[in-house]
Design a protein around this ligand. Structure first.
Ligand code: CS2
Length: 528
């Protein structure tokens, strides 16, 4: 047995005590091979969650391993603005930024200690140091993973949610920024005053044209706060779009115990993810960038939108289908849902009938093959991704992941039943009580409103979904008055209440009146 494993077993080591040279790569464990003391911060990231640490921080770690001298000035400082993010910042700092990333695929797992994060700052505790870092000329790139709702932007209406209490608080100059927009506006204001060039702002959230959304939201925020700053942002700041992809479940105590037992490592900030990694980035970085093209899985391109549409409408909307219906059908893990034949049929029919026909082709990618890979990824039995993780924040995910396909279907007179069934499942889910009377925990900034509206639908004659659809203009926009959509959602909600999730989805996938062949039929046996 090699020294690392022996040492680990003997010491039952905690990452905060690890001396890296003592912990060498062995089989399933790899560690930073570079001299971390020579890394300086050049990249700030807002949102210290697991996704960022499975994605951007992983990409930089790969580059530091490959070409240390070129990248040692790009070290990451992770910033969190949520009070709930303070403990993770503390845990990372105690471990001098180190954490373990457990990559899992169907064949096994690999544990990798990531060394690219130099420091973590929580604005609730360390606002002044955060601002001075963001204003420093060393910072040439600021990336964000602040969730779809973190932009306070209604994409369908193209407007900032200016009345939102968090935005109002930041406009009024509250003691601590509640939004990333407020924090960024303050940092850019100071940079402008000091005549320091603007870093590139790269949104890494699951939004269509995430760079454009960030730009529009930030400019709209600045217009209300400081119009001269709005003009400056408009003229001086680059906001490339990018598409990010790596399934990253919530870390559980079981994962922590597993890392401690199998690798003899205690880690207060571990991350679990699949081994798949993809990052498609628009190449627009005026102050330079790490050599992202050298990270396997990264594509630099001029137009990210076809990749975004493909990923959001196939992967993320597919997840929503499995999440809501799967949860109602009694599943707590996505891989179990994805191995259920009825649900596989649901996915393949949904994709082939209601999504793929409306996607712009992506050079070098066959959508059916992409979907086959998605099914394999969803069905990864080692990952332990939770249906409840997928079901959280529906009010900001459904409009981005699902409704663009519904709109495209309505425009062309095609079927929208799979989309409508997913919305119906969300409404049924939001009632807060499952099919066997169990409580469904709702995690969404709008949870109280969602529950109230969903209960109105539950108690409506015929489960008419109109109050839910019309009560959430930010989610449904003009769809709330589209009678075909209202009728379809009401129909599926009624069936979900009358028959339950499984029978309802069977009645859709076994429907006999579909016209023509579709990809799901052709590949049925392989997927069944
Ligand atoms: C998921 C995503 O949140 C969701 O609903 O679909 O978190 C998904 O796992 C990632 O976007 C994968 O890249």
């Amino acid at each position: 047995m090699d020294s690392a494993r022996t040492e680990g077993h003997r010491l039952n080591i905690h990452l905060r005590e690890v001396k890296l040279p003592a912990l060498r790569d062995y089989g399933e464990l790899s560690v930073p091979s570079y001299d971390r003391s020579r890394i300086s911060v050049g990249w700030a990231h807002i949102g210290c969650g697991a996704f960022h640490r499975a994605h951007q921080a992983y990409a930089l770690d790969t580059l530091l391993k490959r070409n240390f001298e070129e990248h040692r000035g790009w070290g990451l400082c992770d910033i969190d603005i949520m009070p709930s993010g303070a403990p993770i910042c503390e845990a990372l700092n105690e471990q001098s930024g180190l954490y373990s990333l457990l990559e899992k695929d169907a064949g096994g797992e690999h544990l990798r200690i990531i060394g690219s994060v130099v420091q973590a700052l929580s604005t609730t505790r360390e606002l002044a140091p955060t601002l001075s870092l963001l204003v420093s000329p060393n910072i040439k790139l600021i990336t964000l993973t602040i969730t779809e709702g973190g932009y306070y932007y209604d994409s369908a209406a193209s407007q900032l949610l200016a009345d939102h209490p968090d935005i109002q608080s930041d406009l009024a100059g509250g003691s601590h920024p509640r939004t990333a927009l407020g924090l960024l506006a303050e940092a850019l204001k100071q940079r402008r005053a000091l005549n320091i060039a603007c870093p590139t702002l790269l949104s890494c959230d699951n939004l269509r044209e995430n760079g454009r959304v960030l730009r529009n939201a930030l400019i709209a925020f600045c217009e209300l706060k400081d119009p001269a700053l709005a003009t400056y942002v408009q003229e001086k700041v680059a906001f490339p779009n990018c598409m990010v992809d790596r399934i990253t479940p919530r870390v559980t105590d079981t994962d922590r115990r597993h890392i401690a037992d199998r690798y003899s490592l205690k880690d207060s900030a571990p991350v679990v993810c699949e081994s798949f990694f993809q990052w498609v980035i628009e190449d627009n970085f005026p102050l330079g960038r790490p050599a992202f093209e050298n990270v396997p899985g990264v594509i630099l391109t001029r137009d990210v939108t076809p990749y975004e549409d493909m990923k959001l409408r196939l992967l993320n909307a597919g997840h929503s289908q499995l999440g809501y219906l799967g949860h109602l059908a009694g599943y707590s893990l996505i891989d179990e849902v994805a191995r259920d034949t009825d649900f596989r049929q649901l996915l393949t029919q949904f994709w082939s009938r209601e999504v793929i026909p409306f996607l712009t082709p992506v050079s070098g990618i066959s959508f059916p093959e992409y979907c086959d890979t998605l099914i394999e990824r969803f069905a990864n039995p080692n990952l332990g991704d939770q249906t409840l993780r997928i079901c959280l924040d529906g009010s900001s995910k459904i409009p981005v992941f699902l409704l663009p396909s519904v709109r495209a279907g309505l425009r062309s007179g095609a079927s929208i039943d799979f989309g409508a069934l997913c919305v119906a499942a969300w409404i049924r889910f939001c009632s807060g009580v499952g099919e066997n009377g169990e409580v469904i925990p709702l995690e969404d900034p709008l949870s109280a409103r969602l529950r109230e509206l969903a209960l109105t639908v539950k108690n409506n004659p015929g489960n008419d979904a109109t109050p839910f659809l019309q009560g959430l203009p930010v989610v449904f926009g003009e769809l709330a008055t589209a009678s075909t959509f209202i009728d379809a959602v009401s129909h599926w909600t009624r069936l979900l209440y009358a028959r339950g999730a499984r029978k309802t989805l069977r009645s859709l996938i076994q429907r006999r009146d579909w016209a023509g062949e579709f990809w799901g039929d052709k590949t049925g046996p392989a997927l069944g």
